[in-house]
Design a protein. Structure first.
Ligand SMILES: [Zn+2]
Length: 462
């Protein structure tokens, strides 16, 4: 018999899915946590010698790593339910950019708080938030605070736009969207990173908004800033079907090809969407060790396209899942994203093995951890204790033959019963443990109401 060992918390559950390479399932499982780290994982019997300050018993639940939302825009949470029935570019021009221009700092903060609560309740422990409205220093840091105050971790990729490029003019982007010149963008981002440097619970990264229309010099300078300060960087990459063609027309090169040619594509890159890529671009991403965020629900909702997921995974590319914010899917639901990713791949390839449930679960967790650089996304000894418990005892999740399949194909976000981040319980017993949820919802509703009364056309676009 093993010698007694002490820890802070032991959680026991019916199943544990560590999201490892072998797609292991442990039944009658337990996990031990001390401080912010996992100290033991195994069967309940194997962990019997652990003496815990607190024991949580969830026999009807499965434990899994916290989800990583690899691409979000929390500021969009006040526009849930609006902007229906448009493809990506008209949606941006007619709806999202006018909404973004209407946002006040307090609106952005209220939206981020609401979105962070939804994320925590859905089992998301890490958010990469591409924040682009408004992007003054205080608001950028307030969004980071909102994520941290909810108890979550992540990164705010501060949206960098600079001055409107020729591509932006041609594609009809509104001039008022562009508030800062390049040097101001870089200076504010530098200051925000200084306030939340690498290693912070919520970091700040440069987020040059979109590779397909951003000024090339500013794109390069944003990446240089990430290299200088040791952060990752984040951008939208060939989300719209016309993005590569427009880029080719202006610059004579495809967007990712340009990044690679200039030596800008690197392992710090987190590329959102990455739908319309050719083989050479996929090879370049793989060679650089760059990572991608796949946003299946948004890609379907905005009719953007189906990503070449199989071609990425076979090249060894890290592919996180993202919700793309509350306006592009109207729910920050990682379960929906996993299932949508499967459906889209199977429909696009007519291959029922295109993405298996266990692989989809690894995209939402282990790949997400690699994508962000945080030691999360796998339940293993030494990793950060970002742990989620999903109740599988309801009619829609019974019987459980294979927990991977049940979690991906049957469970929904509201089945999450416990969310732990770095060893602290953020959501349990049906309520947030970190803040007053009713207050957050009331504040967001009031902000949303005022915002729409300032620009009623936003509610009319549907
Ligand atoms: Zn996006």
């Amino acid at each position: 018999m093993a010698q007694a060992a002490e820890c802070d918390v032991v959680i026991r559950a019916g199943w544990l899915v560590p999201a490892d390479e072998d797609r292991t399932t442990i039944t009658d499982a337990a996990i031990a946590v001390t401080g912010d780290r996992i100290v033991a994982v195994g069967t309940r019997k194997e962990l019997a010698h652990w003496q815990a300050g607190r024991v949580i018993d969830l026999p009807g639940a499965a434990l899994m790593p916290g989800f990583v939302d690899g691409h979000n825009h929390l500021f969009q949470a006040l526009a849930k339910g609006l902007g229906e029935g448009q493809s990506i570019w008209p949606w941006l021009c007619n709806f999202m950019w006018p909404y973004a221009m209407e946002m006040s700092p307090s609106d952005a903060r209220a939206a981020a708080r609401l979105g962070a609560v939804e994320a925590a309740r859905s089992g998301i422990t890490t958010i990469v938030d591409n924040h682009y409205a408004p992007t003054d220093l205080d608001t950028t840091l307030a969004v980071a605070d909102a994520i941290e105050d909810a108890g979550l971790r992540g990164a705010v990729a501060r949206g960098i736009l600079g001055r409107r490029s020729e591509v932006g003019v041609k594609r009809g982007q509104p001039e008022p969207l562009y508030r800062y010149d390049s040097s101001d963008e870089l200076a504010i981002t530098r200051e925000a990173i200084a306030a939340r440097p690498p290693g912070s619970r919520v970091e700040v990264w440069p987020g040059p908004v979109n590779l397909s229309y951003l000024d090339q010099d500013l794109m390069a300078a944003s990446i240089d800033l990430a290299r200088e300060l040791g952060t990752k960087w984040h951008t939208h990459c060939s989300e719209g079907s016309k993005d590569p063609d427009t880029y080719l027309e202006f610059y004579g090169v495809r967007p990712v090809e340009w990044l690679a040619r200039e030596g800008l594509l690197d392992a710090r890159a987190t590329l959102a969407h990455a739908i319309w890529l050719d083989d050479a671009e996929l090879d370049a991403i793989a060679a650089a060790g760059a990572a991608v965020a796949h946003n299946p629900t948004s890609n379907a909702y905005l009719a953007s396209g189906s990503m070449r997921l199989g071609d990425m995974l076979s090249r060894g590319i890290t592919v996180a899942l993202g919700t793309d914010g509350p306006s592009c899917g109207h729910r920050q639901d990682p379960f929906e994203c996993m299932k949508q990713a499967i459906s889209i791949q199977r429909l696009a390839t007519l291959d029922p093995t295109a993405l298996r449930a266990s692989e989809a679960l690894r995209l939402g967790t282990a790949h997400g951890g690699d994508y962000t650089g945080f030691d999360v996304g796998r339940l293993r000894v030494g990793a950060l204790a970002d742990i989620v418990a999903v109740d599988l005892s309801a009619a829609h999740t019974q019987p459980v033959h294979d927990p991977h399949s049940t979690l991906v194909n049957s469970a929904v976000a509201s089945d999450v019963v416990l969310t732990m981040v770095a060893g602290s319980i953020v959501f349990a017993d049906g309520q947030m443990q970190t803040l007053d949820e009713a207050d957050v919802i009331a504040e967001a509703n009031e902000a949303a109401h005022h915002l729409i009364s300032r620009n009623p056309a936003l509610a009319g676009v549907s």
